[in-house]
Design a protein around this ligand. Structure first.
Ligand code: RIB
Ligand code: CA
Length: 326
């Protein structure tokens, strides 16, 4: 049976590829998309999520979520000391179609609660790949979702080096209080952090494999990788862009693609220099029960095969549709 997921996003180039993978893989039933301010302000990331859903043909409810973090002052990708990797629109690069859908009228937290409470227990998996504000709000709106959600597989955090600050990864840094609530709740959390996602890089060989698919969608993805690769090189001096968010979706599709280790993870919310750090204890030094599965090793080939298969599948669907329509 396909795994039902709610994808919480702040597109973002890697969020866009996560949406594409979730829609294009048969093991996933993408039941809702919710947006959260992160890479860019809420109107921009919401518009981007709608454009990407239109591009890939994902007919799912999309709800607009939190405009601001729970407590801290808002920060977006562009305001960080390290600069912007997603551009002014939040998804700079190739032209994208205008949205063909209306937004779901509910706030994201309400859509999350309604979807989880209407499903069977343990049927819905939450896959947040932006700041965790919507997830924290949904937990407060209806605490019963904590016992009803199958698991939370999030892109965020790091047990070595951050990217927003030396200590903190962006999604956590953007709303540490929300992240702390998510990690400390009594549900299964899998942390797909930078230590894992920096292995998921789009090398020139991978880009050529995607380009060789030869469809308009493949060209768009290559253009995203070209843009994202350029900014990642100039901002982070990394030669190839890591496709962070798709790693969380890949974990739901095939858990063996990401090796995980049990650990205790706590989010620092008071440190002057460590605010937003996902302090990861693999050894039990704090004497706290282990509360998180932490991703450490990626099966690179299996990961990129999923992405390429999803682009190929959607491209074939679009080609079939256009031949029927012509
Ligand atoms: O640190 C990487 C994360 O921040 C990714 O989710 C990316 O989209 C940005 O939101
Ligand atoms: Ca993201």
């Amino acid at each position: 049976m396909p795994r039902k997921i709610i994808l919480d996003v702040d597109p973002g180039h890697d969020d866009a590829i996560a949406i594409l993978l979730a829609h294009g893989n048969p093991e996933i039933d993408l039941v809702a998309v919710t947006t959260v301010a992160g890479n860019q302000i809420l109107p921009k990331v919401t518009y981007n999520a709608m454009r990407v859903a239109t591009l890939v043909g994902a007919d799912v409810p999309i709800a607009r979520g939190a405009e601001f973090p729970l407590v801290r002052k808002q920060t977006t990708d562009g305001e960080l000391t390290v600069g912007s990797v997603h551009g002014t629109s939040g998804l700079d690069g190739p032209a994208l179609p205008e949205p063909t859908m209306e937004l779901d009228p509910r706030p994201a937290a309400q859509l999350i609660v309604d979807t989880v409470m209407a499903a069977e227990p343990q049927e819905i998996t939450l896959v947040p790949v932006g700041p965790l504000t919507n997830i924290a709000l949904a937990m407060r709106l209806e605490p019963k979702i904590i016992g009803r959600v199958r698991e939370v597989v999030l892109m965020g955090g790091a047990y070595t080096q951050g990217n927003a600050t030396p200590a903190a990864e962006f999604n956590i840094y953007a709303d540490p209080e929300a992240a702390s609530a998510v990690f400390s709740a009594d549900w299964q959390v899998t942390m797909v952090g930078l230590d894992l996602t920096h292995q998921a890089v789009a090398t020139p060989e991978i880009k050529e494999r995607i380009r060789a698919i030869g469809s308009p969608l493949a060209q768009t993805v290559v253009a995203w990788l070209d843009y994202f690769g350029g900014t990642y090189d100039s901002v982070y001096k990394l030669p190839h862009p890591p496709i962070h968010d798709a790693c969380a979706v890949a974990r739901v599709i095939n858990p063996d693609i990401l090796h995980v280790e049990d650990a205790f993870v706590a989010v620092e919310t008071r440190g002057q220099w460590t605010y937003g750090d996902t302090v990861t204890d693999f050894l039990g030094a704090f004497g706290e029960p282990f509360n998180t599965l932490v991703a450490t090793k990626l099966d690179f080939d299996a990961f990129w095969n999923l992405i390429i298969d999803a682009i190929t599948t959607i491209s074939a669907q679009q080609s079939q549709l256009s031949s029927v329509q012509s």
